[in-house]
Design a protein around this ligand. Structure first.
Ligand code: TNX
Length: 544
């Protein structure tokens, strides 16, 4: 063959590969089909988005939108230091999986084209809200406050390919972000998770991992259940035996453990970086055996109880009549307030079955001013509504509609943690190896398909501070167990707390959750692969 003939042949071969590709007309990626959780309050599509023809296979289609290219920069103006601090962990992860340098620069000397702009702006009205505008040639993220920037970044991460969450994969395909405007803000100001570190102690690394995970779904409070019959988990310098003795065991007789005040402060700071406020709970007057075993004088008969490693409730009580009890509580709340920058102290108050009811009321009425004295707002489990609480108290509804109604009649705010839907320690079904089932079996649909408004129609929306998903750790020994019961149900609760009621529905949610399979995997979460969810399994892509 002559060289010209060879050349023609090579060209033909080249074109036969290239032509079919180039013939594809890119269709604009549709922002409303992205699987964002929690679903944003408002998504506006650009006019050129047309419904995709049904006969096109997703893998073969070419999309258009904002393309993240390797020369992309992130631009800030004003508040640059703080905004950079918030954006850094997100962009470090993007740099890792794209190998793009993505420098941070000041807006002044730069054009917006091709870049991402992040800024604080009074045009966004909601406290925790943000506005994320994606155009073909730029992304603009605005918020009223830094928290909104954090939430907007969480949303943007979910608009990037799943591999963006990977610790090892490098993204090879073009990164196209769907165009449109997300104008988003939460339904409730309080969107919480509760972790019981008392029944089984979990070290701070595990608490931090949980913080990482819940922050992705815009949860903004972590309530730590720091004391119970089985263990006292926070150092109180003026009462050192609480942790020396009371922290020395746990359910099943393991070695227990506790947080030093330094470790606690470290958790508080870590949470703060994730826009999460820690709410510490000292449960009393019941659920106090660990304290009663540590100090004889806290018992009415001056005899220290034995440490307890079982899972019964309702058998212990502080001695309501003694002055030393209130000296003790004052010291505990003072020390805890000093290391807790957040506004709340949770005083428990649940299941005080061995405290006579009149004593219980006397007790709660005496605790409330102590919490106030240290400039904190009191949260208590629903039972505190039977005492003389004022409108500054927040009651956490867990079981009884009628008590929650009493609380709202007293103008107290309510946090919904109704056990039948929110208790992450309930089994999914009869086969679940971990968990309890006193409140019933809670599959993913049950955790999602309800609303605070319909559970207690008598409680007006303005009485609702928010929603919280507790996880009690009688059967949970480590992070793996915790993951298994918490995920994916904690994600349901996060969406109920954030998304407007009328935007939510189970069919849409279950698809979006299924689409997050790769992300949950990439984050190494030992989540429950419920058969109710159409999981989009692509293990190979993420584990490269
Ligand atoms: C009830 S809910 C409790 C906890 C248990 C939990 C187990 C509440 C305020 N008290 O002491 O750990 O059930 O699901």
């Amino acid at each position: 063959m002559k060289t010209t003939q060879i050349k023609t042949l090579v060209w033909m071969l080249f074109l036969s590969i290239l032509l079919p590709l180039s013939c594809k007309k890119p269709i604009p990626k549709n922002l409303s089909q992205e699987s964002i959780i929690p679903l944003p309050a408002n998504i506006k599509l650009p006019e050129n988005v047309i419904p995709e023809p049904a006969n096109i296979s997703k893998d073969e289609q070419v999309y258009s939108g904002f393309e993240l290219l390797k020369d992309c920069k992130v631009l800030f103006d004003g508040n640059q230091n703080e905004l950079e601090r918030i954006a850094t962990p997100f962009f470090n992860q993007i740099r890792k999986t794209t190998k793009f340098p993505i420098p941070f620069e000041n807006l002044n000397a730069n054009k917006l084209e091709g870049n991402i702009y992040i800024g604080i702006s009074p045009t966004v009205k909601e406290e925790e809200g943000y506005n994320l505008e994606i155009k073909n040639d730029r992304i603009i993220l605005l918020a009223k406050n830094p928290s909104g920037i954090f939430y907007g970044m969480q949303t943007l991460m979910q608009l990037l390919p799943d591999e963006i969450e990977s610790q090892s994969a490098i993204i090879q395909d073009p990164i196209i972000v769907a165009c449109g405007i997300i104008d988003d803000y939460p339904r409730y100001a309080y969107r919480g998770a509760m972790l019981d570190v008392s029944r089984h102690f979990l070290p701070s690394e595990d608490v931090k991992t949980y913080i990482d995970q819940i922050a992705k779904y815009k949860i903004n409070y972590l309530h730590l259940h720091l004391s119970d019959d089985q263990g006292w988990r926070i150092e109180i310098k003026s009462w050192p035996k609480l942790t020396e003795i009371g922290g020395s065991t746990e359910v099943g007789g393991g070695k227990g453990g506790y947080f030093t005040q330094e470790q606690y402060k470290d958790i508080v700071n870590y949470a703060k970086d994730h826009f999460i406020t820690i709410v510490p709970e000292i449960d009393m007057p019941g659920h106090t055996n660990a304290a009663l075993a540590s100090y004889a004088e806290l018992n009415c008969d001056n005899k220290a109880t034995k440490l307890y490693t079982g899972i019964d409730v309702g058998f212990s009580s502080l001695c309501v009549k003694k002055d030393i009890t209130y000296k003790f509580i004052d010291d505990v709340i003072r020390e805890l307030s000093e290391i807790t920058p957040g506004p709340y102290i949770h005083i428990g108050g649940d299941e005080s079955h061995s405290t006579p009811h009149d004593d219980y009321i006397t007790f709660i009425d005496k605790i409330a001013p102590i919490v106030k004295k240290y400039n904190k707002k009191m949260i208590g489990w629903e039972e505190v509504a039977t005492a003389n609480i004022d409108q500054n108290t927040i009651c956490q509804y867990w079981k009884s509609d009628s008590i929650a109604n009493i609380a709202s009649k007293k103008n107290a705010q309510i946090i919904y943690s109704n056990a039948k839907h929110c208790y992450l320690d309930m089994k999914y079904d009869t086969k679940t190896p971990l968990g309890l089932h006193w409140a019933g079996y809670i599959d993913v649909k049950t955790s999602y398909d309800w609303d605070p408004n319909t559970i207690s129609p008598e409680i007006p929306e303005q009485s609702i501070a928010g929603i919280e998903a507790p996880i009690w750790t009688e059967t949970i020994k480590n992070l793996k167990d915790l993951d298994f019961l918490a995920f994916p149900r904690i994600i349901s609760i996060a969406e109920i707390g954030w998304t407007p009621k009328e935007k939510r529905n189970w069919e849409g949610y279950k698809k979006r959750l299924g689409d997050q399979y790769n992300r949950l995997k990439a984050r190494n979460i030992n989540f429950y692969k419920s058969e109710e969810i159409p999981w989009k399994i692509q293990d190979n892509k993420i584990n490269k």
